[in-house]
Ligand binder design. Sequence first.
Ligand SMILES: CCCCCCCC/C=C\C/C=C/C(=O)SCCNC(=O)CCNC(=O)[C@H](O)C(C)(C)COP(=O)(O)OP(=O)(O)OC[C@H]1O[C@@H](n2cnc3c(N)ncnc32)[C@H](O)[C@@H]1OP(=O)(O)O
Length: 719
Amino acid sequence: MKMATYSVLSGSVALITLQNPPVNALSEAVRTGITDAVQRTLKDPQVTSVVICGQNGRFCGGADIREFAGPMSGPPLVPMIHALEAMEKPVVAAIEGLALGGGLELALGCHYRIAHSQALLGLPEVTLGLLPAAGGSQRLPRLIGLPAALDLITTGRHISASEALKLGIVDQVTDDNALKMAVEFARSVVGQPLGPRRLSTRPCHSPPDVDSVLDQALAQVWQRGRGALAPVACVGALRAAATLPYAQGMEKERELMATLFNSGQARALQYAFFSQRVVGKWQPSGARWDNSTTRTIRKAAVIGLGTMGRGIVVALALAGVSVVAVESQEKQLAAARQMVPEMLQRGAGRRGLDTPPGVISFSSGLEDVSEVELVIEAVFEDMALKRRIFSRLATVCRPGTVLCSNTSGLDIDQLAEATQNPALVVGMHFFAPAHVMKLLEVVCGPRSSPEAVATAMVLGKRMGKVSVAVGNCPGFVGNRMLKPYMEQANFLLEEGATPQQVDEALEGFGFPMGVFRMSDLSGLDVGWRVRKEAGLTEQGVEPTRMRQGQRYSPLPDQMCEGGRLGQKTGRGWYRYDGPGGRVARSDPWVQNFLETYRARHGLVPRRIATEEILERCLYALTNEGFNILQDGVAAGPEDIDVIYVFGYGWPRHRGGPMFHAGQVGLARVLEKLEHYQHSHPDVPHLKPSSLLRRLVAAGSPPVQKWREFISKDRVHSQL
Ligand SMILES: CCCCCCCC/C=C\C/C=C/C(=O)SCCNC(=O)CCNC(=O)[C@H](O)C(C)(C)COP(=O)(O)OP(=O)(O)OC[C@H]1O[C@@H](n2cnc3c(N)ncnc32)[C@H](O)[C@@H]1OP(=O)(O)O
């Protein structure tokens, strides 16, 4: 039952309990319940104080985000909180579990706040494309000062009860029963003046250089936000708090919220929030998020200690898994022995731990993995080498050991074939740096058992990853979609664009790095190795611009042949201050290289508009997403969008590629793909997906409806 209940304890303390599981969000029924309870409190002369708490040890997770999709009805939050604050009887918030967003704003309207030591507090509205518009942007700076409020409101970060106490957000923290303590506290403050406890009546203490503090904050959110509107609006609301009387500040808060509330960005960010939860309810290959048998992993091995392997070792150890780290090359092993403990210590420090929970041992031979429960292979993308390792693992490991590969796109089934028990083989595709990046693609091979898949999914979650189950095909989901995107970027260079121009267009869209800067960072040889494996490169001869009957750009292969591998060689699509340099500068050599290339192939360069760059790169990528959905390689558009937001730098405020296509309009995306395919008939990736066509024919249903639509049309699903 969703509501807020009213009861009176020992005849004098009114208790208002929010009841809306699982997080006691402030739905219409809850707001109605609070409003009614306030009226009853006012009318009851026996009641001398009030305590507000949440059912089941959770104070409140904020406004009910699901209600944002429809018309607003019921008592609004602002007057409701104002009525609480205006009461002449002391009101105490008993904060257990969490007080987030509107939940904390409600607590800020109370006269006192008592928190349990394990509670988390915060104003995360900015992460949903909004601002704390129930007075939070005006009350918080009046309580803790402008700089601290700027930090909390523009980042949306959650803080512990002890940090909240230090900042002055809560009055007391307890390890015992916070509700009991709040009730005692409420009784003890009856009769004390409430004026100073009403935050709306306090002045906002701002530093003397208030303008420069606000300007600096604005510059920072611009730089961090990559085009996100909400952080900028948050600074605007805090500027109002610092410079205007409370009532005018509230008016500004309302205006800014109205703009954000109806923006595409707020819709995208709220979609991103729910997508992550949809993806968390995985059910691939007969496995299920809520009732699968899984193996508990206490000891694991990582094979190959390059950059990826080292990161995986650290991520496992931080999750409390003991790791056998194996590397056959002496030099690489020595480097890992030195680097891994340092990385681990830093990772533990970031989590506030003195010592990392997992123990790591190093080895140069596979025989040392015989006791582990799960192995993650992380050697080069070389199928023959990986198969040799898997075949050896199958003999060395105990029966039942789950065998995983960190391949970024090779066939999991071929690896499984090299073992005696293919059901135990799954892909665990991490993203670099593996101990930092949140995404994990768990690749379900056609023969992977539900138990092996569920074990990898659960282990990923334990490692703090957002695990997404995907099917087995070249590149899986993320890299399969990246291929047409990068292909278009290379074609654009052939046609007249420069790497900077393409990168600036993509960075303007909101990616942290354009495609060429990103290639330089990850190393051009990564893709080169994959193309060689696929038989696409033509080293030594004058390369053609067609391969296997399709347009192909040999530009990146030629860069690699010339030793320009990116940052690691100090030269790539940009030049750097030497190997390992980080600052990209435009390189006249590249300009000359492109001009010579175009001349040799008879290509006449043309001016290419930013719009074309974005449409060709992004729609080619999205089109592949539709093909992936059609093939059953991803369970739904949310899975693809989560992968792109967490693994590929897709700006979260644009929801993800599939959501973005819906926002642009599926009919428009289709029309543009048709247009570009007409001009480039030799590029199959521009051929509109039949699923896209069917969705358009069905009237372009919203992205949340695609799943049911797709499942009807799917020939077969890998998941
Ligand atoms: C014209 C202008 C009009 C303006 C009118 C607007 C007025 C608004 C005024 C004030 C602004 C206030 C805004 C807000 O408060 S926005 C909400 C802020 N709160 C949050 O961002 C918290 C979001 N939730 C979380 O971060 C987490 O869920 C958690 C930390 C609370 C709990 O995490 P965990 O235990 O891991 O559980 P899940 O994440 O899996 O969640 C469980 C379940 O609960 C659903 N849920 C969580 N929070 C909310 C919520 N605030 N509203 C609705 N539903 C919520 C979540 O979706 C899960 O459900 P499932 O999807 O069905 O599994």
